[in-house]
Design a protein around this ligand. Sequence first.
Ligand SMILES: Nc1ncnc2c1ncn2[C@@H]1O[C@H](COP(=O)(O)OP(=O)(O)OP(=O)(O)O)[C@@H](O)[C@H]1O
Ligand SMILES: [Mg+2]
Length: 334
Amino acid sequence: MIQIEKLRKVYRSGDRTVTAVDDVDLTVREGEVFGVLGRSGAGKSTLLRCVNLLERPDSGRVLVDGRDLLALKGGALREARRGIGMIHQHFGLLSSRTVAGNVAFPLEVMGVPRAERAGRVAELLELVGLTEHAGAYPAQISGGQKQRVGIARALAGRPKVLLSDEATSALDPETTASILELLRDLNRRLGLTVLLITHEMEVVKRICDSAAVMRAGRFVESGPVQRLLMEPGSELARGLFPLPEPDVRPGTTVVDVTFEGDSADRPFVSSLARTYAIDVNILGGAVEQIGDTRIGRLRVELPGDPELNAAQLAHLRESGLTVEVHGTSLEGAR
Ligand SMILES: Nc1ncnc2c1ncn2[C@@H]1O[C@H](COP(=O)(O)OP(=O)(O)OP(=O)(O)O)[C@@H](O)[C@H]1O
Ligand SMILES: [Mg+2]
């Protein structure tokens, strides 16, 4: 549904140039929720703004619903952009208009006749659960309700794609959860494809099918969330399972073991302890529900150097677990 090829955006001001998006490739399949994570300044907003051409890329291709946006002009481009809705962190509502008036605004711009507008506004408000607040002004509703207005407004042109730039960053955790649920629901019911950017793991955990981690204008990892989490060295996994750098005691091996689905139910710790007659020390960890599966990470300490534990580590890997070994005791002793 969204295909981005070798996208590049450079900002130039005076003698300073910033490559905000640096040759990014991205594919978002129809009906998918795709999350882009990254620190401040990584280029996330710039990337998103290039998808609906709020920002003109320097090079690369942007295809949305099969249309090459950079090749379109005038009416054809306006029409294509209508198929892309967008929501923002700070909602951007018109304070002098009611909830219904805000939702009607894009319909007026599109030239939808007045008689049709009222029905369409009612339908949109129903979709986001705001029917009762149609006559309220933005100052009279909560942040979560404001974002619902933002979503209704973004859906006015019946877009196939919704772009979201930190839509829940200004909301408390409970409201965030309800907005994420609404987005997931719209994604399923309308088949809406969602490309969102966020710095919250919670967002990825709750609604993203796929994700990418962006740093300095580039994607450092990208793919289905469950797959990424099982990849050794995944930054996404480190974000989801925040464990401090371990203090590896000499003569021990500290390993982070990541497990998925079935293996979550397999007691690999006791199996390891029994098979090799060793004490396995659990140092930390957590299990998270990701989509339809559970993924967990456990940090364990084994007696002996990693070289001595080669068989134990192989045993874990052969059980389908992702194994990451922390600095050896030799390094620790230096
Ligand atoms: N209009 C602009 N002119 C010049 N530089 C810009 C402009 N917009 C963004 N940049 C620069 O491009 C880089 C990427 O900015 P961008 O806003 O895309 O990052 P971001 O990942 O969305 O960050 P945040 O999480 O803080 O929103 C930054 O170095 C930023 O300073
Ligand atoms: Mg941003």
